[in-house]
Design a protein around this ligand. Sequence first.
Ligand code: SAH
Length: 478
Amino acid sequence: MRFLPIFLDVQRGVVLLAGAGDPARAKLRLLVSAGARVRWYAVGGKHDLSGLRADEASRVELAAGDPLIAELSGVVAIVCAGAGDIGPAMSARANAAGLPINVMDDLDHSTFIFPAVVDRGDVVVAVGTGGASPVVARRVRERIEALLPERIGELASFIGRWRKTIHDLIPDFALRRRFWERVVDGPVGELVLAGRADEAESALKNVGDASAFIGRLQSGEAAGSVTLVGAGPGDPDLLTVKALRALQDADVVFYDELVNPDILGRARRDAERVAVGRRVGKPGMGQDAVNRLLIEAARAGKRAVRLKGGDPFIFGRGGEEVEALRQAKVAYSVIPGITAGIGAAAQFEVPLTFRHQALRVTFLTAHKASDAEMVDWSTLTDVAMTIVVYMGMMAAPSVRKGLLAAGRSPKTPVGVFARATRSDAAAATGTLDELPELVEKVAGGPAILIIGDVVAHAMPARRQQLTQLASLFQVAAE
Ligand code: SAH
């Protein structure tokens, strides 16, 4: 670390800005957005306040003359941006006066540098690269921005407002810290983050006389929770921002074997990881045992994540887990994921609906031939319906038989999409008549079957890549 990040209160004095053009204006915007009063010497150019709000512009003093001989009393920092070659001389003045100085693109004459900033009100994140690469700093900032809840600044302000009251109410430091952790991680924090600060406010008001609450804190009685998280079909970048956040908060992750190891890798590094899912052909832990593990973890005060492939509520047995958690009175929430059918459709460009062609979509499962026999195929004969079959590889012959018997045309386009959105994804397309052979072609699951006229629009992965590369280099695709 070459530069120590510190946060400077620029509202206490004046920032002297020397320079003109876009570089100076960018610094001006940043400084006034932090509430600074700025004395601006437009060295080598003109003053230009366009783009500033009236209250911001009113804090800018348009100075004339030479900044090198300007009065420095009341100045808290000096910034040179787009100021030609006066940087070194300004730097010498700043050093003599003991003031921090930044000369743009000149580390040798700067005693501070500007980080890339994530600005969420009271919560501010500064990203620096020691001046080496602003572009890298900006990319890091974007990632952090995506991770932080939108209202994290409001949460900080909310706590700020209650600090004194709670301090008086819970004098014990360790207890108070536990209290705040509970607020930030629990339902009160969730209310604030959801934009319902009023309700959070009344929740904390009740704490005022709730000595029972403090008693519970003291006795160490913990309240954990379970979050059912949809991990999506495989590509870790298809996790939702919320899913990622839950993974990074988790004390323990109970995962299905279907979940891509790269996704599990996004969990907090020291989170415990427990495999609970079953796989085709291999016996796994029964659902009751999984439910018990989830409840036990929450009761032990842990933040448990139940990580499932795709979406928890699409053939993921999330419904059963929720029932069990409700019965056990354990706090839980559900975070949706991109289900395999949707992931495959996007990757292989199968529009599941299409104007005048496909007006409905059905998700169904046909794990075993016996499941396939339970399906009433006569309800699936509408040619304007796209059918997405989960766990249908083994039962492909029964699926074909059922649909043909119900009267769907043997020429109906179908696709088998295996390991969709993973690096080893594969697809085979053809007609309903050929369905079992297509399943053979993709060399292993998991795979989704999609049946319906829309499959005719599909584009196999290889050709897709070629088209994309071709357009990237402006070459004809054919
Ligand atoms: N809850 C999951 C489905 C679990 S059932 C979801 O919403 O996606 C398991 C079935 O999902 C597999 O048999 C297969 O049909 C399908 N599946 C899961 N991941 C897949 C993938 N990456 N590509 C194709 N199919 C997949």
